[in-house]
Design a protein around this ligand. Structure first.
Ligand SMILES: [Zn+2]
Length: 57
């Protein structure tokens, strides 16, 4: 299991506030909030739908 950004599927996440375990930051999409754990398959899935949602903008 790895830490995954639930928004873009990136592993480039960091725990920023030691007092608040649920507060994480994703350096790829600037997401800040609880992170999720999952395998590479899940990460790829999230990343794909994230790319899809970015297309139209
Ligand atoms: Zn992200």
């Amino acid at each position: 299991m790895r830490k995954i950004c639930p928004r873009c599927g990136s592993h480039n996440v960091k725990w920023i506030i030691p007092q608040n375990w649920s507060q994480w930051i994703c350096y790829d999409c600037d997401y800040t909030d609880p992170i999720i754990e999952g395998n590479q398959e899940l990460a790829d899935e999230i990343h794909e739908s994230y790319m899809e949602s970015q297309k139209d903008e």
